[in-house]
Design a protein around this ligand. Structure first.
Ligand SMILES: [Cu+2]
Length: 135
């Protein structure tokens, strides 16, 4: 193997490593207070934190979301009407509240559907997550 090829290979491995880092799982189990599960999520370039939310089925959820960082617009979308979750919020720098009660155990995707021109969508850059509804 010549030096150019081994350099290219090292670079590719480095890219894979960085891509995995950006997909790091940050798990949060909703806190139950007075019968309501509370969750706070921030969105930035290009992530949600936390990005794995665990909630109990048939128990109300109060989910607060906001964005941090620059001027890039972001949204927060969970489209799972079959499970009682249908959220579409344009993120602002102030907290916004979504209330729902998940009615079906399962794993449902969270995503930002924004995209600038022909660039990769925010979701493809890592701005995604999941809501895990447990029994
Ligand atoms: Cu975004």
């Amino acid at each position: 193997m010549n030096i150019t090829r081994s350099l290219l290979l090292s670079f590719a491995l480095l890219l894979l490593f960085v891509a995995n880092l950006s997909a790091e799982e940050k798990r949060f189990v909703a806190e139950l207070t007075d019968g309501v599960q509370h969750v706070e999520i921030v969105g930035g370039e290009y992530y949600f934190d936390p990005n794995v939310i665990v909630v109990k089925v048939n128990t109300p959820v109060e989910l607060k979301v906001k964005k941090v960082g620059g001027f890039v617009p972001h949204d927060f979308i969970v489209s799972a009407p079959e499970a009682g979750i249908d959220i579409q919020i344009d993120l602002k720098s102030d907290w916004q509240v979504a209330k729902f009660t998940a009615t079906k155990v399962g794993i449902y995707p969270i995503e930002c559907r924004r995209r600038l021109l022909w660039f990769k969508s925010h979701k493809d850059r890592g701005m995604k997550g999941t809501i895990e509804v447990i029994p």
